[in-house]
Design a protein. Structure first.
Length: 411
């Protein structure tokens, strides 16, 4: 049986997610049943068998969740939403003993209260169980067994059952983080957008807790994003344990690399220690060289012949309060920021010729701080925060911003 799914993702990664889902579809051998349809702001619509939801949950590095569509219809008020929810055969999917949570999002909806709408959906599900079993599921907003999502726009209501459980960016390996860490699926999306592929040299000189490095290392090792966690679909009534075991049995790890291609550094020794720990938790069994050093002092890593390598630099530079640990905290933050990026820019120009440098930042004026002209800037959202992935091609003489020409002296 084919089902409709919606896979939300960080805004800006919809095209990347659609490409990834098409790749995942090819894993459904012998005959792929996963079909990728249109993408909309914030996610991608697709369809397939229930086992295709297993595949996406296991392999997608970009999706935030895999939502199975239960119902879709028009509405005029909350009672219409209640009625459509009550009609669904929830008892065929989970038991009354399972705890539930309901979340509602809306765009241009005339409904006055999303809280009241959420309550009506909860009531409908509980009334459905009470009518049949004289019992109702309990609500658990922190660690529910089942998550139900409602989406309302100006005229229609869509009801989803979440097959993932915890959001998919929670890979199951991250124990420790630094301040303001990147979410794992955003880091994976940045890697794809940069054009990095396993085997290419990658360097993160401000690695923090190592999210970019861990995502890249798992990709190089052939470790699926969801290999170290569990999912809500494993609690479904119709869960096919044999099919799930077969899907996991088809995982083919890549041979361990003999020469390092992924490198990281950070000014903080604590962050280097956390990154090492996170890499171990992520199942990485090969060397990812890490160094405690200021970003202004970095040099390209060496290749197998001992020569400076070229490749892709991808990093999330510090900003705001995070900059204070990277220099003289007696200086105002804006002066620290200017001094830091001026020195970092000089390092890039002098030492990283031939590299493609990608900096992910919420500071839209970053190229000006660096005195470099970006080759490309790709808009993203880190939650509600508007960001850019700036690309700088470090080719001598090409990327410097033009200096203001001196005005001729007036007579």
């Amino acid at each position: 049986m084919s089902y409709s799914y919606f896979c939300p993702c960080p805004r800006g990664l919809e095209n990347v997610l659609a490409d990834e889902l098409n790749e995942i579809a090819l894993l459904g051998q012998p005959t792929p049943t996963l079909k990728v349809h249109k993408h909309v702001p914030g996610g991608v619509h697709c369809s397939g068998e229930l086992t295709d939801a297993y595949l996406i949950n296991l392999h997608s590095r970009i999706a935030s969740r895999v939502l199975l569509r239960m119902a879709h219809g028009s509405y005029k008020n909350e009672n219409d939403i209640y009625d459509l929810t009550l009609e669904q055969e929830w008892e065929n999917w989970f038991q009354v003993s399972h705890t539930i949570r309901v979340d509602v999002t809306a765009i241009k909806s005339p409904l006055r209260s999303l809280e009241f709408t959420t309550l009506k959906i909860k009531d409908a599900i509980c009334d459905r169980f009470r009518e049949r079993f004289d019992e109702r599921p309990s609500i658990d907003t922190k660690n529910p067994d089942m998550r139900i999502s409602g989406f309302v726009d100006a005229h229609t209501y869509t009801l989803y059952l979440d097959t993932s459980g915890d959001a998919l960016f929670k890979r199951g390996w991250r124990d420790e983080t630094g301040e303001a860490p990147l979410r794992e699926n955003l880091a994976a999306g940045l890697l794809r957008t940069s054009g990095w592929k396993p085997g290419m040299v990658l360097f993160d000189p401000m690695c923090g807790s190592g999210t970019i490095l861990a995502e890249a290392a798992q990709m190089l090792a052939g470790i699926p994003a969801g290999a170290r966690r569990r999912f809500a679909f494993e609690k479904f009534h119709n869960f096919d344990a044999a099919a799930w075991q077969a899907i996991k049995g088809n995982i083919k790890p890549n041979p361990l690399p003999t020469v390092p291609t992924i490198f990281g550094s950070d000014i903080s020794g604590d962050m280097i220690a956390i990154t090492r720990h996170n890499l171990r938790q992520a199942g990485i069994q090969f060397d990812v060289p890490l160094k405690q050093i200021e970003a202004q002092e970095i040099k390209p890593p060496l290749d197998a012949d001992g020569n400076p390598a070229t490749g892709i630099m991808l990093t999330n530079p510090p900003y705001g309060e995070r900059i204070s640990v990277r220099g003289d905290s007696a200086l105002p933050t804006d002066e620290l920021l200017t001094a830091f990026f001026s020195a970092f820019s000089t390092t890039l120009k002098q030492r990283f010729s031939g590299w493609s440098v990608f900096l992910f930042s919420a500071d839209l004026g970053l190229p000006k701080l660096l005195r470099l002209k970006e080759a490309r800037k790709t808009p993203f959202y880190n939650g509600a925060l508007e960001c850019r992935l700036f690309r700088f091609d470090m080719v001598a003489g090409y990327n410097r911003r033009e200096e203001a020409k001196p005005k001729p002296a007036q007579e």
